[in-house]
Design a protein around this ligand. Structure first.
Ligand code: CP
Ligand code: NVA
Length: 303
């Protein structure tokens, strides 16, 4: 594996499957209550330019379980690129800490952080990508459906960081990726064309969510308005009406389909209570798996 974990596109298929295998090992140890401290004496700096529940809690808890310690640096602390240059902060933190996890707005900031840091950098979400999330999603699908290869994944909603990271994964593992996306909200053009050129998965964009959901093994959705887009909320509610994952839309999927959502959910907008709380939803397993997959990523980067 490379020094950093910034994008799924940086990994080979073998490295992705190695991470899934290590995740299972680490999760099993945790469930059995075994002590596993490969990070004894190590510290992680966690930089957040945006809010978080899962990412903060799962990284901070996960590193403690691995025997290490995490520092939470919120939006008012480091203020990278504002109070201090990104490349200065990268070198300063490298003098104190053994690993960095950062959640930033501009993807270029995580790239610069990784370039100048001498320690590994993990992408905890940017406007462009959310690779830890999609690795956790894929692991959850494997747990529930036995495998990811060959499944039909229907992503319903915005062509955002989650959708872009799914496209990155589709260039590594073969599956069918149906994107049900309103016109004007398509994913990043370069990532979409790279994923199509890779010719590993079947990728189709539909502007009708029912066609995207048809026969799917996995229905996935995310918020219509991502962090940083709050001013567009009202317009997006209009543009995404008809793209709600409700019982009617779910009925177009396979009877055994599972429902995923990276969370936080805006219940009553992109997903109904009946679906997220229903028998096909695996969203809380998915949220838990964030911690196990990230622990595996940390162990690989530090070994
Ligand atoms: N899914 C996810 O990254 O959640 P947070 O924004 O709460 O960290
Ligand atoms: N697309 C969402 C994901 C949150 C985990 C956002 O960027 O806000």
């Amino acid at each position: 594996m490379r020094k950093d974990f910034l994008a799924i596109s940086d990994l080979s298929r073998e490295e992705i499957y190695e991470l899934f295998a290590l995740t299972k090992e680490i999760k099993d140890k945790r469930k059995k209550g075994e002590t596993y401290h490969p990070l004894k004496g190590k510290t992680m700096a966690m930089i957040f330019q945006k809010p978080s529940a899962r990412t903060r809690i799962s990284f901070e808890t996960g590193i403690y379980q691995l025997g290490g310690h995490a520092l939470y640096l919120g939006p008012n602390d480091v203020q990278i690129g504002k109070r201090e240059a990104v490349n200065d902060i990268a070198r300063i933190i490298s003098g104190y800490n053994d690993i960095i996890m950062a959640r930033v707005f501009g993807h270029e900031d995580i790239l610069e952080l990784a370039e100048y840091a001498s320690v590994p950098v993990i992408n905890g979400l940017t406007d462009l990508l959310h690779p830890c999330q999609i690795m956790a999603d894929a692991f959850t699908i494997i747990e529930h459906k036995g495998k990811l290869a060959g499944q039909t994944i229907a992503f319903i909603g915005d062509g955002n960081n989650i959708c872009n990271s799914w496209l990155n994964l589709s260039a590594k593992i073969p599956f069918t990726l149906n994107l049900g996306i309103p016109e004007g909200y398509e994913p990043d053009k370069e990532i979409l064309s790279m994923a199509k050129r890779a010719n590993v998965s079947k990728i189709k964009i539909y502007h009708n969510p029912k066609l995207a959901a048809n026969g799917a093994d996995v229905i996935y959705t995310d918020v219509w308005t991502s962090m940083g887009q709050e001013k567009e909320t009202e317009q997006r509610k209009v543009d995404f009406s008809g793209f709600q994952v409700d019982d009617a839309l779910l009925s177009h999927a396979d009877d055994d389909a599972v429902v995923l959502h990276c969370l936080p959910a805006h219940r009553g907008e992109e997903i109904t209570d009946s679906v997220i709380d229903g028998p096909q939803s695996v969203v809380f397993d998915e949220a838990e798996n964030r911690m196990h997959i990230q622990n595996a990523i940390i162990v690989k980067l530090m070994s």
